[in-house]
Design a protein around this ligand. Structure first.
Ligand code: PFF
Length: 447
């Protein structure tokens, strides 16, 4: 096959599916719900929605445009474009921090992907059957307390990721997503239905959408903005890398809108599935990263056909996690492949081994290394917080500022198919609203 790095997507639909495949993942279901629970609910959700619309959309489009112009890995793309526009090569740092973020995120993402695999098997062997809240909490606690088991599932997840990535970019990514993503939506709707009939749905709905603004502080706002970046795969060079495979004929704004609506809908559905169970069973909404793994088995264990639905759900969640994980590994591999003599396979294996190793440190922080703290956080929380609250916003900011400085010109207006009026609004969004928004939230998060 011709050099994979600059192959193009097989079709426009293929690109939409791949971008959605990257965006929709554990972030929508696992991370969104646990952060919403931890951050007090609606105020967090509303800031998150505002960030998706006002910051996420422009940065998504900007990353694609940068990638499409640059046609290389995120670091070289930034360096080349900066040079072409007479700017400092220091802009390559935006690419570097994006690649670093992908690397670090994948390391803990794979641990959670492993939990999802473990729960898929749990569903098969019927371990959710008749489970109540206490049993579910105990089962999850037992998994966390067992480093050997966590290691096996994390390793298995990484092996699956490598197996797929090593075979190249277009294969496998697109085809499966076409069927499996709608299936995930259907299963989430079933779970929302369960919550509406058997859970504390009203309470959950109010928790998610009736804000108690007193719960809002700089930390919550920063968490919400970080989540917007995380869930849309922004600030990591990923969408930039995807843009580099993109043909000239794709409508960026329309595609961005589709991806964002789908991604956001899945997160909100996940919340509406999970919180009715949380409140009906008196679980602690702020219990952290285990939230979905404690709540959903209770639903599956007590609903008609729960074993099969549970199996379907965790299988689909694992699949969504895999498509996202593949996209997380891609920029790291692409960078190594284009900058070293390792070749595609070598670059994939080396990157994955390094990611796996950091992941091992992350999983140990749930048990034997629980007391190892970095800046007061265990290793897992540190990786999640440092990437979500610092690296992603800063990289995303770099991308949007670079776009505004270098690419936001007549050519880009035509590329977006906008008239002059619409473009002036777009200009306002990309030049002022998004970057200033990121800076304000970022600063507020640290004071
Ligand atoms: N957006 C994915 C999710 O929400 O699960 C996770 C992810 C994939 C984050 C790719 C970042 C990324 F670059």
């Amino acid at each position: 096959m011709a050099k994979l790095a600059h192959a193009q997507w097989s079709s426009k639909m293929g690109f939409v599916l791949a971008a959605a495949g990257s965006a929709v993942g554990l972030g929508n279901i696992w991370r969104f719900s646990y952060l919403t629970g931890e951050s007090g609910g609606a105020a967090f959700v509303l800031v998150y929605l505002a960030c998706v619309a006002l910051v996420g959309l422009p940065i998504l489009v900007a990353e694609w445009m940068i990638g499409r112009r640059g046609q290389k890995n995120p670091i070289n793309t930034m360096a080349d474009l900066a040079k072409r526009h007479g700017r400092s090569r220091g802009w390559a740092m935006v690419g570097v921090s994006g690649v670093l973020a992908s690397f670090l995120i994948l390391s803990f993402y794979s641990v959670i992907g492993g939990w999802s695999l473990n729960y898929t098997v749990g569903a098969v062997i019927g371990s959710f059957s008749g489970q109540d809240a206490a049993a579910s909490e105990a089962a999850f606690g037992a998994l966390l307390g067992n480093p050997g088991s966590l290691l096996i599932w994390h390793t298995l997840f990484m092996v699956l990721v490598v197996g797929i990535v090593a075979r190249g970019v277009t294969k496998g990514l697109e085809a499966a997503a076409r069927i499996l993503m709608p299936a995930l939506v259907v299963l989430l709707l079933v779970l929302v239905g369960y919550g509406a009939t058997s859970g504390a749905f009203g309470q959950a709905f109010a928790f998610m959408f009736t804000p108690d603004w007193s719960a809002l502080d700089g930390g919550v706002m920063l968490a919400a903005m970080g989540q917007a970046f995380f869930t849309l795969s922004l600030g990591m060079g990923i969408m930039m890398a995807y843009g580099s495979y993109l043909g000239e004929d794709v409508n960026l704004l329309g595609t961005a809108r589709t991806v964002i609506i789908l991604d956001t809908a899945i997160a909100l559905l996940a919340g509406l599935a999970i919180f009715p169970i949380v409140f009906a069973t008196n679980l602690d909404a702020s219990s952290g990263p285990g939230l979905i793994f404690v709540t959903l088995p209770i639903a599956f264990g007590n609903m008609v056909g729960g074993t099969l639905l549970g199996l379907g759900f965790f299988l689909l969640l694992t699949f969504a996690a895999l498509t996202s994980a593949i996209s997380l590994l891609e920029p790291v591999v692409e960078t190594l492949e284009e900058r070293t003599a390792l070749g595609r396979l070598g670059a994939t294996v080396v990157s994955a081994l390094a990611v796996w190793l950091v992941g091992v440190a992350a999983l140990l922080s749930f048990n034997v290394w629980a007391d190892v703290l970095l800046f007061g956080l265990n290793i897992f929380d540190f990786l999640d917080t440092f990437t979500g609250k610092i690296l992603l916003p800063l990289t995303g900011l770099g991308a949007i500022v670079f776009y505004s400085l270098c690419l936001n010109k007549e050519e880009s207006r035509r590329e977006l198919g906008m008239d002059v009026y619409d473009y002036s609004l777009w200009n306002l969004l990309t030049k002022y609203v998004a970057p200033i928004g990121v800076v304000v939230v970022f600063v507020a998060g640290f004071i």
